[in-house]
Design a protein around this ligand. Structure first.
Ligand SMILES: [Zn+2]
Ligand SMILES: [Zn+2]
Length: 351
């Protein structure tokens, strides 16, 4: 079926209108009209081929919410009119050890929602577009209580921080957890951590975010990572770190914040490898871990938890024709805290 989106044609990463086609609704497929799509920092990396594997034309977007317009004959979980979401994962093998344990996101044959080859050989296109056709297994139900626009970023940014907190046991009330970087992922990490009853320290290079940290997000403490005295005074106080920085940064000052057995989970993807200080990790019996979004079951659990605790992203809604400016501002860290494209009202067909 005919679709329209905004695509980058080359490594300039500049987006412009793009007509393309999507597969017809298959028997297990859900077709949705896209209403909102969040702008993730990964979109920026992939648009500019920072990771070396971009395929052009590239239609980004994996924080997608919308409403079901058509379902295949064998779809069981959804009906026309349902409010649904699609995150970064749209396909997996279904039978490997990861898939059978609801960790489709770690399947060796995982298919991401854009810049990936689908089973039929076509390249996947993301949510900066008017419609999505997705196998129902990879479609999430958006709880009625949640507003669609501010919920879109939960589908990547939200699950990216929720999953490691659950998996690494950094979710027990009273634990001390640090959130590194107060951006799209970081601000949601703080909200989830507070809802879980944790003592939350925000660690940021932007001293101007301190006010927001306390007054708006209810953080329990704030560390300016450029202030060595502050960082040293907080040494060995944190049970865990959720490190959301998508740019190169020193690990040592952060690892020094961990208690014995403390865990440092990296969820942002810098373009260059980070330097690993082995000795302090050994002497602290620390764990350095990575985590990449979440499986479908856990993502649904995260959405339900968000509904129960009134967690949504702080967003700036933009029309699609502002997207290139928004990406530039995202690069300059000039957004509080996530851009969401109003796809439903502003993306018009070019023909
Ligand atoms: Zn993302
Ligand atoms: Zn699999």
């Amino acid at each position: 079926m005919e679709a329209v989106g905004w695509a980058a044609r080359d490594t300039s990463g500049v987006l412009s209108p793009f007509d393309f086609s999507r597969r017809a609704t298959g028997e297990k497929d859900v077709t949705l009209k896209v209403l909102y799509c969040g702008i993730c920092h990964s979109d920026l990396h992939l648009l500019k081929n920072d990771w070396g594997d971009s395929i052009y034309p590239l239609v980004p977007g994996h924080e997608i919410v919308g409403v079901v317009t058509e379902i295949g004959s064998k779809v069981e979980k959804f009906k026309v009119g349902d409010k649904v979401g699609v995150g970064p994962v749209v396909g997996s093998c279904g039978h490997c050890n990861n898939c059978v344990h609801d960790e489709e996101n770690y399947c060796p044959n995982v298919i991401f929602s854009y810049n990936y080859k689908y089973y039929d050989g076509t390249i996947t296109y993301g949510g900066y577009s008017n419609i999505m056709v997705t196998n129902e297994h990879f479609v999430l139900r958006i709880p009625d209580k949640l507003p669609l626009d501010a919920t879109a970023p939960l589908l990547c940014a939200g699950i990216s921080v929720y999953s490691p907190m659950k998996y690494h046991g950094l979710d027990k009330p009273g634990m001390h957890v640090g959130v590194v970087g107060l951006g799209g992922l970081g601000h949601l990490a703080v909200k989830f951590a507070k809802a879980m009853g944790l003592h939350v320290t925000i660690i940021s290079t932007s001293a101007d975010k301190e006010k927001d940290a306390f007054e708006h997000f209810g953080a329990d403490s704030f560390l300016n990572s450029n202030n060595q005295d502050e960082m040293e005074a907080a040494a060995k106080t944190l049970d865990g770190l959720i490190d959301t920085l998508p740019v190169s940064h020193a690990l040592l000052p952060l690892i020094n914040l961990l208690t014995t057995r403390g865990k440092h989970v990296v969820v942002g993807i810098p373009t260059k490898p980070l330097e690993l200080p082995v000795s302090p990790i050994i002497h602290g019996r620390n764990l350095l871990a990575g985590s990449c979004v979440g499986g479908l079951k856990e993502t649904q659990e995260m959405l339900d938890f968000a509904a129960e605790h009134n967690i949504t992203a702080d967003i700036e809604i933009i029309p699609i024709d502002y997207v290139n400016t928004a990406l530039k501002r995202l690069e300059e860290i000039d957004v509080r805290y996530r851009f969401v494209i109003d796809v439903g009202n502003t993306l018009k067909s070019t023909s």
